[in-house]
Design a protein around this ligand. Structure first.
Ligand code: KE4
Length: 428
């Protein structure tokens, strides 16, 4: 595969941008080599600056559940652009997207738009602390909630990929009230609450983890978190930035029948443009400025272009309801990848939920961060490059979720399985 132009672009970028990228997740740090520079996306495919056509399982790290440049989304953004890009004043589009989110997720009675998932989680934990008057936030190792100072503790995604799960530059005071526990370990959470019964403001969790790779909640874990939060007066915060409108139209909370107090969203609700949101119980959301005293603001929050992009995306999802087919095709792909690894005699497990999946190079089921970090990341890197050489573009880390879009065809899934058989056979 010719990657000359990408290499030239990367060399030039590295002179003016730290690491040559505007987000470390794109840096190929976990697989070696230089990132591909993308010229355009179309449906399930990306086209890089060297003219390579790539079947895309990154989907911009989650937003593109419809695939790239869905006609209805393009049309909506073009129409919105003709009216202007940003006004710093309320627009109807913000209300329409808020109403759509609230209709999809009954636990959300009011919602505030922001411009990223990080802003959403940062605001949600400030609100939880402001509402309860308590300071402690519980998170889980391997979960990634954006680069919020107080949540960069044993964080997943690129923080783990690049070996910095707890970042320098975060003062001890910022994380003094962050308690990091093991995902799927409910007794640990019970013990924490029992030891500090009136200290916990909130528990923030990815209900289906995407940032260790895909890790599912064990039976009773989410229900247990909900019961403990209720018992001890803490808020349950579902970080659905990745799972919202991904694992079901109503997100993981619909899939598991849990009603969190707050939910954070991003990715799909922006359709690929910068949108985050946090919402939940009205009595809690009413504490947010200007309705209440907890301050949060943003110049481009609710940006009309981004609202139009997100709204069109959610409208297509609601009208076409691709979820059953996405789940079937993703499960078929997961089985195919597992069969390919088994035929190659490679220790592996595969996890999937809705249209997100991960092939782990570990013989043990990955149920928490400790097990995730035992995966063979060198073998993953060889798998990644073997697949890219065959035109299959995967997330450049063992600790990320892969995404199937509504634009992926059965033939695309077949081709991916066939490529995996070839590549994995060569890794034994
Ligand atoms: P952003 O600030 O990147 O929009 O969202 C942060 C965030 C919050 N919560 C969850 C569950 C997330 O997955 C994310 C961001 N996800 C990563 C990929 N795993 C974004 C990719 C990147 O950092 O470039």
């Amino acid at each position: 595969m010719n990657r000359d132009q990408s290499r030239k672009h990367f060399e030039r970028a590295c002179r003016v941008i730290p690491g040559g990228v505007n987000s470390p997740a794109r840096a190929f740090g976990g697989v070696g080599g230089d990132p591909l520079y993308i010229a355009r996306g179309e449906g399930a495919h990306l086209f890089d600056v060297d003219g390579n056509r790539l079947l895309d399982y990154v989907g911009s790290w989650g937003p593109h559940i419809l695939g790239h440049n869905h006609p209805a989304v393009v049309e909506a953004v073009q129409q919105s652009l003709l009216c202007g890009t940003s006004f710093g004043a309320p627009t109807e589009a913000e209300t329409l997207l808020a109403e759509t989110i609230i209709e999809a997720m009954p636990s959300i009675e009011q919602v505030r738009m922001v411009s990223s998932g990080t802003e959403a989680t940062m605001s949600a934990i400030r609100l939880a602390r402001g509402f309860t008057g308590r300071d402690v936030i519980v998170k889980f190792a391997g979960c990634y909630h954006g680069h919020v100072d107080s949540l960069l503790v044993q964080a997943g995604s690129a923080a783990t990929t690049l070996g910095v799960p707890s970042s320098p530059g975060v003062p001890k005071g910022c994380t003094a009230d962050t308690v990091c526990l093991e995902f799927n370990d409910l007794p640990q959470v019970e013990a924490l609450f029992a030891s500090r019964p009136r200290s916990v403001a909130g528990v923030i969790v990815e209900p289906v983890v995407g940032n260790m790779g895909v890790v599912l909640p064990e039976c009773g874990f989410l229900e247990g978190l909900s019961a403990l939060c209720r018992r001890y007066g803490a808020l349950l915060i579902f970080d659905e930035v990745m799972t919202g409108f991904r694992v079901a139209y109503g997100g993981a909370q619909a899939r598991f029948g849990i009603r969190p107090d707050l939910t954070t969203l991003g990715k799909i609700i922006g359709g690929g443009m910068p949108v985050g949101a946090y919402g939940g119980r009205k009595d809690v959301m009413q504490r947010i400025s200007p309705a209440g005293p907890v301050y949060q603001a943003g110049t481009l929050s609710g940006n009309p272009l981004a609202m139009a992009c997100g709204l069109a995306t959610l409208r297509v999802l609601k009208e076409t309801d691709p979820y059953a087919r996405l789940e079937q095709e993703t499960a078929r792909l997961a089985r195919g990848l597992s069969q390919a690894a088994r035929d190659a005699g490679l220790p592996h497990t595969v996890a999937s939920a809705g249209s997100m999946f991960t092939l782990f190079f570990s013989g043990n089921p990955v149920v928490n961060y400790k097990l995730a970090t035992q995966c063979d990341t060198k073998r993953f890197a060889r798998y990644f490059w073997g697949m890219i050489e065959r035109g299959i573009y995967l997330p450049c880390s063992q600790f990320e979720a892969n995404f199937v879009s509504a634009a992926h065809t059965p033939a695309d899934i077949d081709a991916t399985i066939a490529a995996a058989h070839e590549v994995l056979a060569g890794l034994a």
